[in-house]
Ligand binder design. Structure first.
Ligand code: 13P
Ligand code: SF4
Length: 303
């Protein structure tokens, strides 16, 4: 038996022992996606974590995703496969910084992208993901809204709504470094391909694309499309599901640097070790959890 098969077998045994379910984000390594019970985007993973019946949720993704699962499931054990897998964009705003912004714009409720800490969520009126940002913003009764922390998602939403967004200047380095010149070059090289990008990309990149979609929305879009080839503006991990679901279609990345190093910290060995040692449990202090849960629940009620 190969060592990969040995690790897979070990993970299956540990799953049984722990009564665990393994969930993975679309950016995980292919072999990690393949051992997961459920693979999805941030919204789907948050939803899934309210529906599972398992005692333990092993989360293959970054910290804020596991923390959202812990906010929604205080009675379950949530283990983050790798404790130091974080999201640099989520770290760009602290609860203190958000409170400063709230002082500057009194009366404006906060919509916070789910890529944020529990403390920031606790200060917010409602959360959103890239899949439901427009619907969430439209659901807020006020006309003026503070949006944190992603400037690009905030800008994209502001082009799709009548609300006025006051946008915090955070960004995702993986998407923000994609330049319009790269899109134009890819379009010249693959003139028949459709360009789909994540709304964390810059406005001038989104302007050149056919659609701006969350990762799972991209999967659905490609499956439903009659086109044969696609230029993909998001983290390269998504190619695994895209190719699995569409073996006859062709996919091109905009550059070779579409890699989230935090997502890639999780390997099969790391998953097995975390389960074996029952380590990296994610918990949120109850006072913060209850406030953050309100913001997440409001979001789940919208979409
Ligand atoms: P999705 O919710 O679209 O999967 O995106 C999560 C993320 O971290 C994008 O960088
Ligand atoms: Fe954060 Fe960007 Fe990585 Fe997503 S791809 S987890 S936004 S750093």
């Amino acid at each position: 038996m190969s060592s990969i098969e040995n690790i897979r077998e070990k993970i299956a045994e540990l799953k049984e022992e722990l009564g665990a379910v393994i969930v993975a984000h679309n950016y995980q390594r292919p072999e990690v996606q393949d051992i997961a019970d459920f693979v999805g985007d941030s919204l789907e993973l948050a939803r899934k974590c309210t529906q599972v019946d398992a005692e333990t949720i092993v989360f293959c993704g970054v910290h804020f995703m596991a923390e959202t699962a812990a906010i929604l499931n205080p009675d379950r054990t949530v283990l983050l496969a790798e404790s130091c897998a974080g999201c640099p964009m989520a770290d760009m705003i602290t609860a203190d910084e958000l409170r400063e912004w709230q002082k500057r714009y009194p009366g404006a409720p906060v919509v916070c992208y789910v890529n944020s800490s529990a403390e920031v969520k606790a200060e917010s009126y409602i959360c959103c993901t890239s899949a439901n940002g427009v619907a969430v913003v439209d659901s807020v009764p006020n006309d003026e809204i503070i949006f944190v922390p992603d400037q690009n998602l905030g800008h994209y939403i502001s082009t799709q709504t009548k609300k006025r967004l006051i946008i915090y200047p955070g960004f995702c380095y993986v998407h923000h470094r994609i330049k319009p010149e790269q899109v134009k070059l890819a379009q010249r090289l693959h003139p028949d391909a459709e360009v789909i990008v994540h709304p964390e990309c810059r406005p001038d990149v989104i302007a050149l694309a056919e659609a701006a979609l969350s990762t799972s929305q991209m999967l659905r879009y490609v499956k439903a499309s009659s086109r044969e080839s696609f230029i993909i503006g998001t983290e390269e991990g998504l190619l695994h599901q895209l190719r699995k679901e569409n073996p006859d279609k062709f996919f091109y990345l905009l550059s070779n640097s579409q890699i989230c190093t935090d997502m890639k910290k999780i390997t099969l060995e790391v998953v097995a070790r975390t389960m074996e040692l029952r380590q990296n449990r994610i918990t949120v202090p109850e006072e913060i959890r209850l406030k953050a849960k309100q913001a997440v629940d409001r979001m789940l009620a919208v979409s």
